[in-house]
Design a protein around this ligand. Structure first.
Ligand SMILES: Cc1cc2nc3c(=O)[nH]c(=O)nc-3n(C[C@H](O)[C@H](O)[C@H](O)COP(=O)(O)OP(=O)(O)OC[C@H]3O[C@@H](n4cnc5c(N)ncnc54)[C@H](O)[C@@H]3O)c2cc1C
Length: 442
């Protein structure tokens, strides 16, 4: 039997896969050519990947706290032109709860921590400044060998023990010495001694940094995905269908339902899974990551009103971040997301036990008050969530992606690229890829 054939088969209907499908059509139209034939194959029953929203008992929750910063005005305008619901522009109110250290209490300060040291207790403030000053004097001959060493060398011990180290250890669920110096890329809020000192006399609003405001659709993060689906012709999406095998020689994918021939394959599946599906040898051990277990929790009454999310460094608390949806899209009942970093692995977390622990820790932190009752909940495990960027993973990802490209397979997106990025990066990357592929496919 003749196999179905498409110019592009796209693996995954997350932001990367869907945006590639849009950009490829737009690029063809710009070049005055017929639209390429595209099939987006998605193993889940709905599109969106990690950018999905659940609605339950009047609460609107995402798969994890998803808030949006656009550096490309044209990308933002393109998305907004395809959205019908309201999008809020919110002035960020984020806090940091430090870890207690001997002689210094745990306190809550504004985010970013590095720029609000004057809000610490006096002992903590002096210790952080003294250590930061010492750190700024050291000029080591060799660059730091790891993320952990970068933190200590750049910020000094006192800032590390109060926030930077315990917080990131909870988030990444690994030894920070195993991570690359630049493990968080542009998402890490660096601050020099001069900037910290300047921050002491700067009004609070001006200390907030580049992403002091963010965008959030009232209907949840999935509104962006709806925008990405809107213009795609019917039958572009094949849901509930998993790509299982990729035959690089014959350019045929085998899914859970059929075989499909492709001209080129664009995949947003995690890179190691793609390499396995292609039968390509690779350094599997280079690709490590954490998992994030997200609890979405709805309560019968409102809680605190002054904050959008809190980073929690105290190792005694199981979560690293707690956010308040009801303060982002104002609502009368407290609606939380709570993020817990877990090491990678296949064993299923005991969600019931962990939810009890989360609720106990929320009460201990005073986030849930005695009169508030949990009325709805949902959870999701994001696996992988934060990839561990190491020298080995960066080199292996570059090598493997180049190898795939030689076979007409383009591995894109947060997990296809095995990187740390946001949805705007996914849109930018796939736009460039569509332009490149259509320019060469005359
Ligand atoms: C905890 C957390 C918080 C985040 N917060 C933000 C934020 O605030 N702002 C922001 O902009 N970004 C945020 N991000 C990043 C954002 O989620 C990603 O950049 C984006 O969702 C990645 O989209 P993607 O399409 O590349 O990958 P994914 O969303 O992972 O999509 C890949 C798709 O491929 C499908 N798939 C995989 N394998 C197969 C297969 N074999 N066959 C068929 N389908 C397959 C999957 O089901 C999935 O739908 C966050 C990420 C995490 C983990």
């Amino acid at each position: 039997m003749e196999l179905e054939q498409f110019d592009f088969v796209v693996v995954g209907a997350g932001v990367s896969g869907l945006s590639f499908a849009n950009w490829a059509r737009e690029e063809a139209s710009r070049l005055g050519r017929a639209s390429p034939t595209i099939l987006v194959v998605e193993r889940e029953r709905e599109p969106g990947g990690y950018c999905r929203t659940v609605k339950r008992h009047g609460f609107t929750w995402d798969f994890a706290g998803h808030f949006f910063h656009f550096r490309h005005a044209d990308i933002e305008a393109w998305l907004r032109a395809r959205m019908s619901g309201a999008v809020r522009t919110v002035e960020r109110s984020a806090r940091v709860r430090t870890a207690p250290v001997p002689g210094s209490q745990a306190v809550e300060v504004d985010y970013p921590f590095q720029r609000h040291l004057q809000q610490l207790d006096q002992i903590g403030f002096i210790a952080c400044l003294a250590d930061l000053y010492q750190a700024s004097k050291h000029t080591e001959a060799t660059p730091p060998a790891s993320f952990k060493e970068m933190l200590t060398r750049r910020f000094g011990a006192a800032m590390c023990e109060r926030f930077l180290t315990p917080y990131n250890e909870k988030l990444y669920a690994c030894d920070l010495d195993t991570l690359e110096v630049d493990a968080m890329g542009r998402f890490f809020p660096h601050a020099s001694l001069d900037e910290v000192l300047a921050g002491l006399t700067t009004p609070a609003g001006e200390r907030a940094g580049y992403n002091a405001t963010f965008q959030y659709p009232e209907g949840g993060a999935a509104e962006f995905v709806r925008a990405l689906v809107r213009d795609l012709p019917e039958r572009t999406l094949a849901l509930d269908e998993q790509v299982q095998h990729i035959d690089l020689e014959r350019r045929v994918v085998t899914t859970s339902q059929r075989k499909i021939r492709y001209g080129q394959l664009v995949t947003s599946a995690p890179l190691p899974a793609t390499l396995t599906a292609c039968g390509l040898e690779h350094d599997q051990a280079a690709f490590t990551s954490n998992r994030v277990l997200v609890f979405n929790l709805g309560f019968d009454k409102k809680g605190r009103k002054d904050v959008h999310w809190i980073y929690v460094a105290d190792p005694a608390r199981i979560f690293y971040r707690v956010g308040f949806y009801d303060n982002i899209v104002p609502a009368s009942r407290m609606s939380l997301y709570v993020e817990v970093g877990l090491p990678a692995g296949s064993e299923r977390p005991d969600v019931g036990v962990l939810q009890q622990r989360v609720l106990a820790d929320l009460a201990a932190e005073g986030i849930v008050q005695p009169g508030q009752k949990l009325v709805a909940h949902h959870h999701v495990v994001m696996n992988p969530a934060y990839v561990h960027l190491t020298a080995r993973s960066v080199a292996e990802a570059a090598r493997a992606r180049a190898d795939l490209e030689r076979h007409g397979v383009y591995s894109v997106g947060r997990y296809g690229g095995w990187t740390y990025c946001a949805i705007e990066d996914n849109l930018v990357e796939t736009r460039a890829l569509a332009a490149r592929l259509l320019a060469t496919n005359q």
